[in-house]
Structure formats: structure tokens, C-alpha cells
Design a protein around this ligand. Structure first.
Ligand code: NDP
Length: 257
């Protein structure tokens, strides 16, 4: 039985991956930030699923999770770096704290988790799967912070693949387009908060564009692919004899490639 760790498993793509992999007969360590999310997942899982508390921005939380898993598993066959947030807004008025938070979760958090689990992955000659996005290839206006974080994750994945080749550890990236998950709703509410906080001159400059972007996001919300489509790509990356370097999931993701 293969053993996989998935970060950000409480909702959306991470939840779908965790449940799908457990259903396929793998042992899943599901990283969540709240115990109740883990308990719910464990009840839902058709198979072996162990919740583990894991906040990718908290080094103590990462160390505790690594200790817990190391105490019970001799190796890891795969790590899915899925946890992520989406910060949007015009760069001119973006509070730098927001930009730091974006990178803290989507980039530094992923590297910190990789560092903590690499020894267990070496034991299993495991695979690393990083959840990028179409935004890791194309940067849209007002999505600068999110896109920058995903471009960075793409670069880190490419470096890491070459660095770890000698150890037999593979690295794949997943590039989904629009997937039905709560991330869009969270983005819209953050966009509204940002609009309210903008100084009047910024509202005049960017207000219409932000409102347009919010309307666009609302119009596509719920119309994307179901997260199971991403889970299938993740399973291929983790288990296929010849995994791909990149997996494009969703129609929009093919645009501009
Ligand atoms: P969700 O908002 O549903 O899921 C995000 C997950 O990340 C949640 O489990 C959340 O946990 C977790 N998370 C956030 N911050 C942290 C943290 N500091 N430490 C640990 N976990 C954290 O969105 P998606 O399922 O859509 O997103 C999953 C990944 O897929 C992201 O990396 C996203 O960028 C990517 N993606 C999504 C697309 C889409 O259309 N939905 C398209 C392309 C890529 P909590 O519940 O505790 O906040």
C-alpha cells in the first residue's frame, strides 16, 4: 500500500484528492488546519485516511506533522503540495503584507513542507506533486500576486526535478484551469474587501476593473470542472510508471499553451 501526504485537504481539490486516493486503496495523510475537518474526512473516506494537523506557514506545525508521520510510516511514496490561497488586486495599491502572505502560503510553505518530508520521500523513492495553475503560465491583470506565486512554484518545481533526479524522486506540476471549489467565493469576498479599502484615487483608477473581475469570477463560479478531474491527474502523477512533468487540467488551461 502506497502512502501519500496531501496538504490543504480540508476542501476543494485537496479534499477530492485525499478521498479519491483513499478510495483507490492508498494510505492518505490528509493535512488540515482544523481537527474537525480531519474527523469529517476520516468519516467520509472509503479507505485508510489519517488526518494530520498541518499549517504550511507554521514551522512548528510542519515539524509536529513530520514527527507524527515518521512515527507511524517508514516512508512516503508521494507528497502533494496543494495548500494555497489566492490574493488579487492592483499591484500599485496592494498592501505588501498581502503579497508576503501570498508567497508565505503558496511558495515558502511548499518549500518548507518539501524540506521537512524529503527524508521520508527518499526512503520511498517518492514523488512530489506541486499544485500550480493556469496562472503559473499566464498572468492576468489584477491576479499579479497569485500568478507570481504560481510562476515561482513552477520554477521551484523545475529546479527541484533536476536536483532530485539522482535520488529517484520525481517532481510533477498540475496546472488546473477553472475548477469548482470554494477558492473563487473566497477570492470574490477578498476582492470586495479590497475595493472598500482602496483610497479614492485608486477606486477611480481600478474600481471598474476590479468590479469587472469580480463579475467575471462570479459568472464562471460553479461552471468549472469538478475537482475529481484534478484528483485523477494527481493520482497519475503519483502512481503511473511514467508520470508527466506537467498536467494541464481543464479547457481554459489549454488556452495560450
Ligand atoms: P480551496 O480554497 O478549496 O482549498 C485551499 C486549501 O488550502 C484549503 O484546504 C485550505 O485550508 C488550505 N490552506 C490555506 N492556507 C493554508 C495554510 N497556511 N496551511 C495549510 N493549508 C492551507 O481551493 P482549491 O481547492 O481550489 O485550491 C487548492 C489548490 O489548487 C491551490 O493551490 C490553488 O491555487 C490551486 N488551483 C485551484 C484552481 C481552481 O479553479 N479552484 C485552479 C488552479 C489551481 P483551510 O480550509 O484551513 O483554509
Amino acid at each position: 500500500m502506497k502512502q501519500f501526504l496531501i496538504t490543504g485537504a480540508s476542501t476543494g481539490i485537496g479534499e477530492s484528492c485525499a478521498l479519491y486516493l483513499a478510495e483507490k486503496g492508498h494510505m492518505v495523510w490528509a493535512g488540515v488546519r482544523r481537527l474537525e475537518d480531519g474527523e469529517r474526512l476520516a468519516r467520509q473516506a472509503k479507505g485508510l485516511l489519517h488526518p494530520v494537523l498541518l499549517d504550511v506557514t507554521d514551522s512548528e506545525s510542519i515539524a509536529r506533522a513530520a514527527q507524527t508521520i515518521r512515527g507511524q510510516a517508514p516512508r512516503l511514496d508521494g507528497l502533494v503540495n496543494n495548500a494555497g490561497i489566492a490574493v488579487a488586486g492592483p499591484l500599485e495599491f496592494l498592501p505588501l503584507e498581502e503579497l508576503r502572505r501570498q508567497f508565505e502560503v503558496n511558495v515558502i510553505g511548499q518549500v518548507a513542507v518539501i524540506q521537512a518530508f524529503l527524508s521520508l520521500l527518499r526512503e520511498g523513492r517518492g514523488r512530489i506533486v506541486n499544485m500550480s495553475s493556469i496562472s503559473g503560465r499566464i498572468a492576468a491583470p489584477l491576479f499579479g500576486p497569485y500568478s507570481a506565486s504560481k510562476f515561482a512554484l513552477e520554477a521551484i518545481s523545475d529546479s527541484l526535478r533536476r536536483e532530485l533526479r539522482g535520488w529517484g524522486i520525481g517532481v510533477s506540476v498540475i496546472e488546473p484551469g477553472n475548477i469548482q471549489t470554494p477558492i473563487w467565493g473566497k477570492g470574490v469576498s477578498r476582492g470586495r474587501q479590497l475595493l472598500e479599502k482602496l483610497p479614492p484615487e485608486a477606486k477611480a483608477l481600478y474600481g471598474r476593473a476590479i468590479e469587472g473581475q469580480i463579475r467575471y469570477v462570479e459568472s464562471v463560479d460553479g461552471k468549472g470542472l469538478p475537482p475529481i478531474e484534478v484528483a485523477r491527474a494527481v493520482e497519475h502523477a503519483l502512481t503511473a510508471p511514467r508520470p508527466r512533468t506537467r498536467y494541464v487540467v481543464g479547457r481554459e488551461a489549454k488556452i495560450g499553451m
